[in-house]
Design a protein around this ligand. Sequence first.
Ligand code: BG6
Ligand code: MG
Length: 229
Amino acid sequence: MKGFDEMNKELKAIIFDLDGVITDTAEHHFIAWKQLAEELGIAIDRTFNEQLKGVSRMESLERILALGGQADRYTTEEKEALAYKKNEHYKQLIARMTPDDILPGILDLLRELKRNHIKIGLASASKNAFTVIERLQIGEYFDTIVDAANVKHSKPHPEIFLTAAEQLSVHPSMCVGVEDAQAGVAAMKAAHMFAIGVGDREALKEADYIVETTKDLTYDAIVRAFYRE
Ligand code: BG6
Ligand code: MG
């Protein structure tokens, strides 16, 4: 006997993470955190940075401070000031972005999804998500945008993906999620969505399907992977 999900298996929506999937702001976040960490005498590298991807601003700061053995060094107000400083640097970096900063293949994919009447959602942990989408001039493609302001729990909690699915009126089993972060892949799996990881195979090994770059994220490849599952 097939279960509900198998009988009704149909791809109806794709929910994208933003930073590191639609555009390379994951790199801007890394640059801004690295600078702040250096000022605090803490060295962070790309391997450690995998643990910051998809994670909220304050949680990222906590992880950096813990790495440097400084977890108890600052008051809440001081930590807020540090996070504010990082964000000011990050805002400077994204202020220069243009539609040319959309990652390869993404615009074609968004167009192809529209042509095939697949709903499109965005699930971003960033409070800067709307600014980035505006800079890239792709707001029109999204049927819903859920950002850090709309949810209580951070990834890896499934709330952000479940909220996006609900707003699209699509059952999670009929949604595909796309993420570049370990925490994001965990969130999509916890939401019972088909999880696509973009980037490092080792870091994203929990995903149902992995592509190394967004160039490989074509509509055909996604459809094939989804129905093969
Ligand atoms: C996520 C990024 O999308 O947003 C994280 O992957 C980032 O690196 C988080 O820390 C929060 O972003 P912001 O813009 O609110 O500081
Ligand atoms: Mg990301």
